[in-house]
Design a protein around this ligand. Structure first.
Ligand code: NDP
Length: 611
């Protein structure tokens, strides 16, 4: 579909409308409007998929403990295996590997990045996705395949949460404690605990008084709904079902719920952008013709396109590759320096408006009822929210059993009673409420404070990060030897987050392998190296705050109260991977403590650097 011409775009009117829609939704309580699925609401986070099994506590020793058995943890473990490390223990709160794909089994769950670049180690494990955008269950099984292929089930601790990590100087090991009474030792620890893991709920008055059935999408209750992620939810056939939330999850679940439920009420506060999905089965002839090394090449190509790097050809063309310049306002990467900044920003804004006009026009094309179509139109800039894609979502609102409830004027759903949802003074009687309300952003593991980490000299990691995380390359911190983190903090990011994790996993495995090969006493960045990295991040920081300040609220902009500026390496993932690669070719003296030399006993406090 062609974008409308820039000349036909009235930017002033669009800006005014965006401001109005933002102001309609902004709340003084910001992120405090939510409550975690913890404490009295802990049952919302209970694992519905695996029965709890008793086991004896561990009191032994392992070479490497990997906390988090999602793709990050699996990829780090696989790389360590390849490097010849045998003693690897994977630990996870879940009952199996898979991370986000273990938990998210809601109907319709799928990858929203092309599976040929998203699902890692396809060639290594001899796998090929059945569809361009694979189903969640296929991705979860692929995680299992990786664990089996690299023999990672040999020593796993599932249904286990680490509660305390304490460094023991002699014999240079971590003492690990868990909520299952374990107290064992590990020479190295790698954490890969995810960024969107803890389910969150709206803090609704009366939530505890609801007598019907209720659960969060990441803990789907198939015992109640019947059916499978493919649908046929027969338990809902005679039910009035409410789904709260229309983010990436809501978009995927609603079409199947609409098919199954007697009546479906979709409670929307801010509509998502819903662009073309264009999924299709994998063409066997195409797959057979792929040459060895094809997946790396495709992944690198996709990463480069999304990061705004010049490429000779687009191996992937989809909704992500079509909107690269627009993504730059939120995600790190190269910008087109050939244009003066003012002109570039204006071009981006026009391009953004054209894309959003097309997305709004698509609503009119697909939704029959005019009033419903108006409510489904997103009025904000493209990257204010996670972009959405679906060829079924909008059509679901044409069904007679589906009602869209606009909650924007009351800043969302306002309460619950014994048998209903409240929106202002209107009451919607329902039998079942499904929360598609997302996750606490960035709150997991160390950052949440749930995991106590005490390093050299009895220093707590959270205290040492009191003014923001302090790392070298996002991986390790001075004063915390042999503790390596994978994730989105102080690294570079991309929509294909598994690729980001794979590069990180390969890097930390290479560092550990080299440390072992050279008999290093420990892996720990010098205070100077850490400080240099923080300065680099500051110097290159791409300020997204002006863009975010104009966005409708959401987890990207701290519900309209803050921005994430400075958390990542702004030149982008391609530049970051190049930097890591060159660094690995060096002597790694910034992190390998060799021979008898020792890091200073006192922990230097370098200047405070906001991150
Ligand atoms: P989101 O945080 O994106 O969406 C939560 C939804 O709940 C929003 O629509 C929000 O509205 C709504 N909401 C919250 N409180 C209220 C309230 N009081 N009343 C009405 N509505 C409310 O969570 P998701 O689970 O959809 O997605 C989280 C992330 O997970 C995505 O951004 C993506 O990164 C990832 N994901 C990826 C998928 C994939 O295919 N790879 C699929 C699904 C998720 P509002 O926008 O107004 O705040």
């Amino acid at each position: 579909m062609e974008e409308p011409q820039a000349a036909s775009i009235d930017l002033d009117a669009i800006r005014e409308r965006y401001k109005r829609e933002r102001d309609r939704r902004i709340r003084p309580d910001g992120a405090r409007q939510y409550r975690s699925a913890a404490g009295e609401f802990g049952y919302y986070a209970k694992d519905p998929y695996t029965q709890f099994t008793e086991r004896e506590p561990k009191t032994d020793h392992v070479e490497v403990l990997v906390i988090g058995a999602g793709f990050g943890g699996l990829l780090a473990s696989a790389s360590l295996r390849e490097a010849g490390i045998e003693s690897i223990r994977l630990m996870d709160e879940a009952g199996d590997v898979g991370g986000t794909w273990y938990w998210n089994r809601y109907p319709g769950v799928r990858c929203d990045v092309e599976s040929y670049v998203y699902m890692p180690l396809l060639e290594e494990t001899g796998a090929m996705p059945t569809e361009r955008y694979a189903k969640g269950e296929e991705i979860r099984r692929h995680a299992v395949r990786i664990a089996e292929h690299y023999d990672l089930y040999r020593d796993t601790l599932f249904q286990t949460r680490s509660t305390n990590l304490a460094w023991d100087e002699d014999p240079a090991e971590w003492i690990v404690e868990t909520d299952r009474g374990d107290r064992f030792r590990a020479r190295y620890i790698i954490t890969s605990t995810g960024t969107l893991t803890q389910p969150k709920l709206p803090g609704l008055p009366g939530i505890e008084s609801f007598r019907g059935h209720t659960f969060h999408t990441s803990r789907w209750d198939y015992g109640y709904t019947g059916g499978t992620p493919d649908g046929n939810l027969t338990g809902l056939a005679d039910k009035r079902v409410a789904v709260i939330g229309t983010g990436a999850t809501g978009l995927q679940a609603v079409p199947i719920l609409a098919d199954s439920a007697g009546e479906l009420f979709v409670f929307q506060r801010t509509p998502s952008t819903v662009d073309v999905r264009d999924n299709h089965p994998t063409d066997p002839a195409w797959a057979a013709a792929l040459k060895p090394g094809w997946q790396r090449e495709r992944m690198e190509n996709f990463l480069a396109i999304i990061a705004g790097e010049p490429v000779d050809e687009f191996l992937v063309t989809d909704g992500w590759t079509a909107t690269v310049a627009l993504q730059r306002h939120m995600i790190s990467g190269a910008v087109d320096e050939s244009l003066p900044e003012e002109e570039r920003l204006l071009r981006d804004e026009l391009d953004d408006a054209a894309t959003m006009n097309r997305i709004r026009a698509r609503v009119d094309e697909l939704v029959a009822d005019l009033a419903t179509a108006e409510v489904l139109k997103p009025w904000y800039r493209y990257m204010c929210k996670r972009p959405g894609f679906s060829d079924h979502y909008l059509q679901a609102f044409n069904r007679p059993n589906v009602t869209l409830v606009d909650t924007a004027d009351s800043h969302g759903v306002t309460g619950m009673t014994e048998n209903a949802i409240l929106v202002g003074d209107k009451e919607y009687e329902v039998d079942c409420i499904i929360f598609a309300t997302g996750f606490d952003a960035g709150v997991s593991g160390v950052m949440s404070g749930a995991l106590q980490v005490t390093g050299r000299g009895g220093r707590s990691l959270l205290e040492s990060w009191a003014t923001g995380p302090r790392t070298l390359h996002g991986f390790y911190s001075h004063g915390f030897p042999n503790l390596l983190h994978l994730g989105a903090v102080q690294t570079a990011n991309s929509v294909n987050f598994v690729h980001i994790l794979q590069a990180q996993a390969e890097h930390v495995a290479a560092v550990i392998a080299r440390a072992e090969r050279e008999g290093a006493r420990r892996v720990e960045p010098t205070a100077e190296a850490e400080e240099r990295w923080l300065r680099t991040l500051q110097k290159t920081a791409h300020d997204t705050s002006a863009f975010q300040a104009e966005c409708t609220p959401g987890y990207y902009n701290g519900e309209g109260t803050r921005s994430f500026t400075g958390f990542s390496y702004s030149p982008g993932p391609v530049a970051f991977h190049r930097l890591l690669c060159e660094w690995r070719d060096g002597d790694m003296s910034e992190v390998l403590v060799r021979g008898d030399e020792d890091a200073p006993q006192h922990l230097d406090t370098v200047g405070e650097v906001a991150s």
